[in-house]
Design a protein. Structure first.
Length: 356
């Protein structure tokens, strides 16, 4: 079986051994995830060379969802800024939501979440989780902020533990106590991506009411990119937590703990370093006095945010690639093909995998 002889991506790969991108080897897929075991198979040919196209994102849905979402957020943000009617910022919510849907679609094109059973239920719980995390997180951080002043901005340094834990809270409860559908590693990733996307949507919307002047224009233009941190960083933790849990047969694993800690640390470092001189809540953001300054700040903020978002995305991809299903291997770049990490496996199984 050659690597390009795969079933349509809409179909679910049954348990078996499949090529995973390494010449002469196949890996075991149990119907939901890669077990971590591989074996030699002389019939497996070399991996087809991956051809990069010019600006490939231009032909993908996720990019145009983000473009449309940005426009739909920017227009009411601009109107709110130039008219001084900050309440018009209410109408940025659909734009923020559409933009964040694009972030989930970006991962979906590699993971093929359409293969999951009862996907609608997973989406609903993801939305509930995001709303819960945003509401509780805002309350906790609003409580912390008056207790610590400049230059500590403790509410920002605490954003990692607070927000990453809350975005994972309901999904993890479902992992522990829910039915089998919530234990599937890709289902867990989708659940958490949606939780993060909803959280990012609501957080961006909250910032629309931060201050007067031209601040609504800045927020409507820059926040969507900044908020990509939420689905991607928490998605990193989810990939480790759910795959390790699936293999170990228990929710609490060392790999999962590492994923959670990395997400918290990365989030706190991002928020704390870049906002070291201000509070994280919207009550203390200064109004932007002019249109020119708002445009300049928007461009600079997007540029800086993109650097960090790309880094976070690449780290998330390194974890999520372990969940790419067999029949999506050939249509994914080498960076999205599994390396058969041994997360969640026993020492004996790891040793056996190394000597196979």
């Amino acid at each position: 079986m050659s690597i390009d002889e795969v079933a349509p991506v809409s179909a679910v790969s049954p348990p078996g051994h499949y090529p995973f991108g390494v010449e002469g080897r196949v890996a075991q897929w149990d119907g939901h995830a890669w077990t971590g075991d591989s074996a030699g198979d002389a019939a497996v040919g070399s991996t087809p060379k991956w051809h990069h196209t010019f600006f490939p994102f231009l032909v993908h849905q996720w990019f145009w969802w983000m473009v449309v979402g940005s426009i739909l957020a920017l227009v009411p943000g601009y109107v709110a800024a130039v008219t001084g009617h900050i309440w018009i910022g209410v109408f940025t919510l659909p734009g923020f939501a559409i933009f964040m849907i694009g972030s989930v679609l970006l991962v979906d094109r590699h993971m093929h979440f359409t293969q999951l059973s009862q996907r609608r239920l997973i989406i609903i719980w993801g939305i509930i989780s995001g709303i819960f995390a945003a509401a509780v997180g805002t309350g906790i951080e609003s409580y912390l902020e008056p207790k610590f002043g400049i230059p500590l901005a403790i509410d920002l340094w605490c954003a990692g533990p607070v927000e990453e834990t809350l975005k994972l809270a309901i999904p993890f409860v479902l992992l522990v106590f829910g039915s089998a559908k919530f234990k599937d590693p890709r289902a867990g990733l989708l659940l958490v991506l949606i939780s993060g996307a909803v959280f990012g949507t609501l957080e961006a919307w909250l910032y629309m009411f931060a201050a007067g002047g031209y601040t609504p224009l800045l927020m409507s233009g820059a926040r969507p990119t900044t908020e990509l941190l939420h689905p991607f960083l928490t998605g990193l933790a989810a990939a480790l937590i759910w795959l390790a849990a699936w293999r170990a047969g228990r929710a609490f694993t060392l790999a999962g703990l590492v994923g959670w800690v990395v997400a918290m640390a990365g989030h706190s470092f991002h928020d704390g370093i870049f906002s070291a001189r201000e509070h994280g809540t919207t009550d203390h953001i200064s109004a932007v006095p002019s249109l020119a300054q708002a445009i300049l700040l928007t461009v600079v903020t997007i540029g800086i945010s993109l650097i960090w978002i790309v880094i976070i995305f690449l780290v998330m991809r390194h974890a999520a690639r372990e969940l790419t299903p067999p029949n999506a291997i050939s249509i994914n770049s080498p960076h999205w093909r599994p390396q058969l990490k041994q997360w969640g496996r026993t020492k004996a199984a790891k040793q056996q995998a190394r000597t196979a």
